[in-house]
Design a protein around this ligand. Structure first.
Ligand code: CDT
Length: 321
């Protein structure tokens, strides 16, 4: 028996600072309609998909900063996307800047959600690996101030969705082996990832020519080494003078790319993904119970739901398998 999910890449071209939420949401709705016409059950949109990638600017005014954030989801501006999802029977992943209230204090996160085919939010994730810097660095051509504007999330969970086990990550998370492994240990079958990746990396400009290669390399390795589908979606192109990579793609548990966008604009590409294709990898080469050696990997190790110190004494309990 197979469990197929038809997954669409909902790649976005640039969003300029003056573009309104309504304009962006109507672009997202157009992509969703196109994906639906192609038979998609789920469309994946980029990181911070509702606005321009504002961490490229050093902004001091708190109200200016907050103008890029959502206080509620759905909001009046994003409700049409949820309504369309329900009407078409399509799920979606959406990245956005979240302004949360915690113990009476405002906290800012780089967030994504999974919405089911009834238009309901069934999972929320807050970006764990925040790249860049926290202080203004005028020597750069443009800033990457995620460490200034966001508080990091602290958990990679999984969610039952679309007949399988789904996980989320955001942009820089995709470069870290731990991202996939944390969810792989929970049996993840499809990891959804939105990203904004400038071609130019100021601290290491010698890597600029490798940016597309390293994007795909990270997701192919994560997929194969954990026996999971990986879906990565860009906000691409020349946004406020900064060029960002495209290269949105769907990677099978074999590590093979099965669908890919070829422009740097708004574009849909689709693949029919069999979630049961994960099992052969999870049962053989990457059978964690049989072959992993966590006791050799560091000071703290996990085994059968327990966290053990290096000497083998239990020090805590992880998510039970
Ligand atoms: N958005 C995001 O996480 N972008 C980073 C750029 C790294 S350069 C500071 C990425 O890893 O793609």
């Amino acid at each position: 028996m197979s469990r197929f999910v038809n997954v669409a890449l909902g790649q976005l071209g640039p969003i300029q600072r003056t573009d309104s939420r309504q304009q962006v949401v109507s672009r997202l709705c157009a992509l969703m309609r196109e994906a639906h016409a192609l038979g998609a059950h789920l469309i994946v949109f980029p990181e911070l998909a509702l606005t321009t990638f504002f961490p490229r600017w050093y902004i001091e005014d708190e109200e200016d900063i907050n103008s890029f954030f959502e206080r509620e989801m759905p909001s009046a501006a994003t409700q049409p996307l949820f309504d369309l999802a329900r009407e078409l029977g399509m799920g979606f992943y959406l990245g956005y800047a979240e302004l949360a209230q915690e113990q009476g204090k405002a906290v800012r996160y780089n967030t994504s959600i999974i919405v089911n085919r009834q238009g309901e939010i069934i999972g929320k994730y807050r970006k764990v690996h925040l790249p860049g810097h926290a202080e203004h660095e005028p020597w750069r051509r443009f800033q990457h101030l995620e460490k200034r504007y966001f508080t990091p999330g602290n958990h990679f969970g999984v969610t039952p969705a679309f007949g399988g086990i789904f996980g989320m990550a955001i942009c820089n998370d995709r470069r870290w082996a731990e991202t996939y492994r944390a969810m792989g240990l929970q049996g993840v079958e499809m990891v959804l990832i939105g990203y904004n990746t400038p071609v130019h990396n100021a601290p290491a400009p010698q890597h600029d020519d490798l940016s597309l290669f390293q994007n795909q390399l990270s997701m192919q390795a994560g997929a194969y080494q954990n026996g999971t589908w990986v879906v990565g979606v860009a906000k691409a192109g020349l946004e406020e003078g900064v060029d960002s990579i495209g290269g949105s793609c769907i990677v099978a548990p074999s590590g093979e790319v099965v669908a890919r966008c070829i422009t740097k604009g708004d574009e849909v590409a689709i693949a029919r993904c069999d979630l049961d294709f994960c099992a052969i990898y999870k049962r053989t080469t990457f059978n964690f119970d049989l072959h992993r050696r966590p006791e050799a990997y560091g000071l703290l190790v996990e085994r059968k739901g327990e966290t053990l110190a290096a000497d083998g004494t239990a020090v805590g309990v992880l998510n039970a398998p």
